[in-house]
Write a protein that binds this ligand. Structure first.
Ligand SMILES: [Zn+2]
Length: 126
């Protein structure tokens, strides 16, 4: 499962990240298969652009045959990857802040159709 900003920012949208498997020989893999099953020692955030985190997340319980990262590790790796994209793309933090503001403004404005429907319903009977 990959991560993608998908916010219409060409530079940010070039980055696609995932929780890479750290194998027992300390190589990274994105392969969830028999070849990697039983060899996973943890997970590390990685990106299509070649970046990977230096932090390996290891769960509290034995990994066993699992290849998919536990939810909390996936979330932590996602946060690291997000930080990486913010570091890699100047001005992205500000761009995303403005997007949030626009979303909030849009949420405050009644949708024209909703407003029309409300007026119709409140019209007195004749
Ligand atoms: Zn990247």
């Amino acid at each position: 499962m990959g991560w993608f900003r998908g916010i219409g920012h060409p530079q940010a949208d070039e980055h696609e990240g995932w929780a890479a498997l750290v194998l027992d020989d300390d190589t990274l893999s994105s392969e969830h298969s028999d070849r990697t099953r039983g060899r996973v020692t943890g997970w590390r955030a990685a990106c299509d652009c070649g970046w990977s985190s230096t932090t390996t997340f290891v769960p509290g319980e034995p990994i066993g045959d699992r290849t998919a990262a536990p939810r909390l590790i996936e979330a932590n790796a996602f946060d690291e990857w997000t930080q990486h994209v913010h570091d890699a793309v100047p001005g992205l933090v500000e761009y995303e802040r403005q997007l949030d503001e626009l979303d909030e403004l849009a949420a405050e404005q009644p949708h024209p159709h909703d407003e029309l429907a409300r007026r119709r319903h409140s019209r007195p009977p004749h």
